[in-house]
Design a protein around this ligand. Structure first.
Ligand code: ADP
Ligand code: ZN
Length: 818
C-alpha cells in the first residue's frame, strides 16, 4: 500500500464516549520544548478518539506494541507516531516496549482511513485489524451459563456484574480485553465485576487453546477404554466422544481434560505436520479454454480501477478470477480473494488450490490469532501467492498486491456488525486503489450500490450473459399459495406442483433442494385457552420451538425453557404456530418416506466441518433432498439437482428493511443457479402469498429488477440515492433510552440546519426494540452528500455526552436496520 493515497483525516473524528479518566497525556498544548528523550503517540484499544503521548528512551518503529500506564491501569497500545518534541511538560514514560511490530506505516495509513470513514477510534481499528496474542498459548474467553441467561431473563439483576453478564450473553466468547473495550465508560472495574459474575455462577471462562505458529501440531488418539471413564468426569467423556471417530488435533479439544487423560493412559499424543483445514489437498488441474465472454472480461480488466463483473449463475466467473489471478502471479504479484464465508465456498477454495498448488493461504474468521499470524507470515514472506478469506482477510498484509477479487459482492456478510462496522467490499476498493491494481466485484445479483456505481461510470461494468457450459436455463414457476387447498385450516408446506415435481425428479434419480429461511420447528407457540404467548423475557420476541431439543429458544439471546405441550397456566394443549426448517424436514419426510433427507441450518452446522459433511452427503447421494435456510442457496455446484424450491420467500420480503426486495431477488436468483447444472433442465419453484410483488416478475433479469428498485429507492430517498448513518441508542432503562434518543435527535436536527441536505429521521424504537434486556432506539441520518454527513457527525459528536448507562452505536452505511 502506498501511504500517500490515504490522507490522514484533517479533523480527527471524535465521539462522545466517556473521556478517559485521568488520562495524563491529553493536555492543552504548552510551549513546545526540546526534550532529551523521545516521545511516542500511542493508540489504545478503547473507545476513545484521541491518541496519547508518552516518553521513550529512544525512538521505536511505527506499529510497535507498548505497555503504557492509563489512568490507574496498564494497557497495551501501538505506536502510531514518533515525536522529537512534546508539547507538554512531564509526560509519563512507556512502561514496556514489546518486540512485536504489528503494522507498518502503509497499514497505519489504511487504519487511519478506516477510523475516519467509520467514525471509529484508531485503537479499535488496529485491534480489529491485527492478529492478537501471538505469544499467548491459551486465551480465556467468557461464556454465559444457563443460570446466567436465566438471571437476565427472569431476575432482571442490576449492577455492574449484571452489565458484564448482559454483554457476555449478547456476545458469548468475548475475551477480557474485548469486554473492557465494550464496557468502557459503563463499568469502571471490569475484572472485578467479571469475578463477581463468575462467583454468582452466571459466567464461566473457557480456555481456548491458541495454536502455535509452528508447522507441527499435537494430535490426540483415544487408546483406552472410554466406558471406564467415570460418569461425573463430564469433560473427559466429552473428549472421548469427540475422539470416537478418530484422532483429532489437540487444539480442538479441552486441553486440561486431555492432560488428565494422558496421565491415565486413556489417550496418546503424537506430533504431526500441520495442514490448513480450509485448503483441500487436490490434484492440480489445467485451465480450460475460456469462452468468448470470459475472455472478453479478462481482456477488459487491466491497469487499475474497479470492475463490476455481472454474470448469471454458472457463467464461469470463478474461471475468470483464476485467469486474472494467473496473470497477476505471472507478473510477480499476489492476489486477494474475498468470499462471504469459507465454509460455504469449498468449491471455490478447491479450484484455487488445484490451480495454484501449495500457494494458497486461507484466512478465516474462525482462525485463532496465532493461526492467522502464521497465514499472514506465509503471504508476507511470499510463500503464498493467493490469500482467500472472509471479510477480515481484507486486513492481511500483502506486500505485492496485484489483484483483489470480491466474490458475491452483494453478500451482507462482508459487513462487520460489531465494533468497527466496516464493509470489506468497500475496503477492498480502497486497498486496490492504493495498490494501483484492479478490483473485481463479482455477482449474479449485484448490490444496487455497485449497480449504480457502474451506471454512473465509477465502476466498469463487464457482463457474462450465458452459462459457461451451454445448458438449458431452468424454468421458473411462481405458485400462489393463497390458491392451495388448505389442510386442517393451514396452507400445506409443499404445494401440489412442488410435490409432483419432486416425485418426478426422485423417480428419475435426481435430487431436490428446498429452501425455508427460518430454523427451528415452529416460530411461535400460543395457548388457545388463555391466550398466553411465549416471548423471551429479555428480548420480548417470540421464542422458537425446537422439536429435537424439546424446548423453546430465543434466537437472539439463547434463553430457553423446556417445552411442555400443555399450557402451565390453564392446561390447554398449546398451538404450535408458524414454521421452521425442522418442520419442513418433517413434512418432507412424511411426503417422501423412503428418501434420505439432509438439513442445513445454523442448528445443524455448528462445529468445524459440519457444512462440508452435509454438502458431501448430498453430493454423493447419501441424501437426496436437502432442506435448509438460505445457506443452501450459496454457490454449491451439484450436477443432478432437478428441482429447487423456495417454500417460503415471504418472510425475507416482509422484513422491515428497504433492502428486503433486493435480498429476496438475490436469494431466489441464487437458488435458481443451483438447479439444472447437469443435463436435465432444472425446475425452480417459488411459493408465495404475494405473487403480484414486482420482485417476482424480475427473477433472472437484473436490469429489470434494478430499474424497478431504483425507482422505489429514489422515491423514498434510500441508498444508493442517499447515504445513511444509523445511530442506535441503548439502555436497560426504557425511559432513559427513549429520552437519550429524543435528546440526540433534537440536537441532531438543530445541527442539521447548518448542513444542506442532511435529514434526521427518528427517534424510533428499533425493529428489534429490546435485546438482552436493553431497549433500543434509533436515529437515522440521511444525506446525499457523504462529506456533509460526515462533517455534520464529527461536529456533532464533540458536543454529545451519554448519560451513564446509555450507550451509542454509530453505523456508517448500515446493512441492517434491525
Ligand atoms: P459461477 O461462479 O459464475 O456461478 P462457475 O465458475 O462455477 O460459475 O462455472 C460454472 C461451471 O462451468 C463450472 O463447473 C466450471 O467448471 C464450468 N466452466 C467455467 N468456465 C468454463 C470454460 N471456459 N470451459 C469449460 N467449463 C467451464
Ligand atoms: Zn432473548
Amino acid at each position: 500500500m502506498s501511504g500517500k493515497l490515504f490522507p490522514s483525516p484533517e479533523v480527527p473524528p471524535v465521539e462522545a464516549g466517556a473521556p478517559p479518566r485521568r488520562a495524563r497525556a491529553s493536555r492543552p498544548p504548552a510551549a513546545p520544548r526540546e526534550a532529551a528523550t523521545a516521545f511516542v503517540r500511542v493508540a489504545v484499544p478503547l473507545p476513545v478518539f484521541e491518541t496519547f503521548t508518552w516518553s521513550v528512551k529512544a525512538p521505536v518503529p511505527i506499529g510497535t506494541e507498548v505497555v503504557v500506564p492509563f489512568g490507574n491501569r496498564r494497557i497495551n497500545g501501538w505506536v502510531v507516531e514518533n515525536l522529537s518534541t512534546c508539547d507538554f511538560t512531564d509526560p509519563k514514560p512507556v512502561e514496556e516496549v514489546l518486540e512485536r511490530v504489528a503494522f507498518d506505516a502503509n497499514q497505519l495509513a489504511f487504519y487511519r482511513w478506516i477510523a475516519d470513514y467509520y467514525l471509529s477510534p484508531l485503537g479499535e481499528v488496529i485491534a480489529t485489524a491485527t492478529p492478537s496474542g501471538a505469544a499467548v498459548r491459551t486465551r480465556h474467553t467468557y461464556q454465559p451459563t444457563p443460570d446466567g441467561i436465566e438471571a437476565i431473563a427472569t431476575g432482571a439483576p442490576e449492577g455492574t456484574p449484571a452489565a458484564v453478564l448482559r454483554e457476555i450473553v449478547a456476545r458469548p466468547g468475548l475475551t477480557k480485553s474485548a469486554l473492557e473495550r465494550r464496557l468502557h465508560g459503563e463499568v469502571q472495574d471490569v475484572p472485578r465485576s467479571l469475578r463477581a459474575a463468575m462467583d454468582a455462577g452466571w459466567v464461566v471462562s473457557a480456555d481456548v487453546v491458541v495454536e502455535g505458529t509452528q508447522d507441527v501440531e499435537d494430535w490426540i488418539t483415544l487408546v483406552g477404554d472410554a466406558t471406564k471413564i467415570p460418569e461425573k468426569a463430564t469433560k473427559s467423556r466429552a473428549v472421548a466422544d469427540a475422539l470416537a471417530a478418530g484422532p483429532r488435533p489437540l487444539c480442538s479439544l479441552d486441553a486440561p481434560a486431555v492432560l488428565r487423560m494422558e496421565k491415565t493412559g486413556m489417550v496418546r499424543r503424537e506430533t504431526r505436520e500441520r495442514r490448513d483445514p480450509f485448503v483441500p489437498d487436490v490434484a492440480p488441474t489445467p485451465p480450460p479454454v475460456l469462452n468468448a465472454e470470459q475472455a472478453a472480461v479478462v481482456e477488459a480488466v487491466q491497469g487499475k480501477g474497479t470492475w463490476l463483473l455481472h454474470g448469471v449463475t454458472g457463467a464461469g466467473k470463478t474461471e475468470v478470477y483464476l485467469a486474472l489471478a494467473t496473470r497477476a502471479i505471472e507478473a510477480g504479484k499476489q492476489v486477494l480473494v474475498l468470499v462471504p464465508e469459507i465454509a460455504l465456498t469449498p468449491q471455490l477454495m478447491a479450484r484455487f488450490a488445484a490451480r495454484f498448488p501449495g500457494r494458497v493461504a486461507a484466512l478465516h474468521s474462525a482462525l485463532t490469532g496465532a493461526e492467522r499470524l502464521r497465514a499472514w507470515r506465509r503471504i508476507d514472506a511470499g510463500e503464498a501467492d493467493v490469500a482467500i478469506g472472509a471479510r477480515s482477510a481484507i486486513f492481511a498484509p500483502i506486500p505485492r498486491l496485484g489483484l483483489v477479487v470480491v466474490d458475491e459482492e452483494n453478500d451482507d456478510s462482508y459487513k462487520q456488525e460489531d465494533g468497527v462496522r466496516y464493509h470489506a467490499r468497500d475496503l477492498a476498493i480502497v486497498r486496490g486503489r492504493s495498490a494501483g491494481c484492479p478490483v473485481v466485484l463479482g455477482s449474479a445479483t449485484p448490490s444496487l450500490e455497485s449497480w449504480e456505481n457502474a451506471r454512473t461510470g465509477r465502476f466498469h461494468l463487464v457482463s457474462i450473459r450465458n452459462r459457461a457450459t451451454p445448458r438449458p436455463v431452468p424454468t421458473l414457476q411462481i405458485i400462489d399459495m393463497r390458491e392451495e387447498l388448505k389442510v386442517d385450516g393451514a396452507v400445506p408446506l409443499l404445494s401440489l406442483p412442488v410435490h409432483a415435481a419432486l416425485t418426478e425428479a426422485l423417480a428419475a434419480g435426481g435430487k431436490g433442494i428446498l429452501l425455508y429461511n427460518r430454523r427451528g420447528y415452529a416460530s411461535f407457540v400460543e395457548c388457545p385457552g388463555c391466550g398466553q404467548a411465549y416471548d423471551c423475557p429479555s428480548c420480548g420476541i417470540a421464542m422458537v420451538y425446537h422439536q429435537q431439543a424439546r424446548r423453546l429458544d430465543c434466537h437472539y439471546c439463547g434463553f430457553h425453557r423446556p417445552f411442555q405441550p400443555d399450557c402451565p397456566k390453564c392446561g390447554t394443549t398449546l398451538s404450535i404456530l408458524g414454521r421452521g426448517t425442522e418442520r419442513v424436514e418433517e413434512a418432507v419426510a412424511e411426503a417422501f418416506p423412503d428418501v434420505p433427507i439432509g438439513r442445513m441450518d445454523a442448528d445443524t452446522t455448528t462445529g468445524r466441518g459440519a457444512h462440508a459433511r452435509i454438502l458431501d452427503d448430498f453430493k454423493e447421494g447419501r441424501t437426496r433432498l436437502l432442506v435448509g435456510t438460505q445457506i443452501v442457496a450459496k454457490g454449491h455446484d451439484f450436477p443432478d439437482v432437478h428441482v429447487a424450491a423456495v417454500l417460503g420467500a415471504d418472510h425475507v420480503l416482509g422484513m422491515p428493511d428497504f433492502r428486503s426486495a433486493e435480498r429476496t431477488f438475490a436469494l431466489v436468483t441464487q437458488l435458481t443457479g443451483r438447479a439444472g447444472r447437469g443435463d436435465v433442465p432444472g425446475r425452480v419453484f417459488l411459493q408465495t402469498h404475494h405473487p403480484e410483488h414486482p420482485v417476482f416478475g424480475c427473477i433472472g433479469d437484473m436490469d429489470a429488477f434494478a430499474e424497478h428498485e431504483a425507482r422505489v429507492r429514489r422515491l423514498l430517498g434510500y441508498p444508493p440515492w442517499s447515504r445513511l448513518v444509523l445511530v442506535r441508542i441503548e439502555s436497560t432503562d426504557r425511559v432513559q433510552g427513549r429520552d437519550a434518543a429524543a435528546a440526540f435527535a433534537a440536537q441532531a436536527r438543530e445541527q442539521a440546519r447548518r448542513y444542506a441536505g442532511v435529514d434526521v429521521l427518528g427517534p424510533a424504537p428499533a425493529p428489534l426494540a429490546r435485546l438482552v434486556g436493553r431497549w433500543r432506539y434509533q436515529v437515522i441520518l440521511r444525506g446525499r452528500d457523504l462529506a456533509a454527513l460526515r462533517g455534520f457527525l464529527q461536529a456533532h459528536h464533540q458536543g454529545w455526552k451519554a448519560a451513564a448507562g446509555v450507550r451509542r452505536i454509530v453505523d456508517v452505511d448500515p446493512r441492517s436496520l434491525a
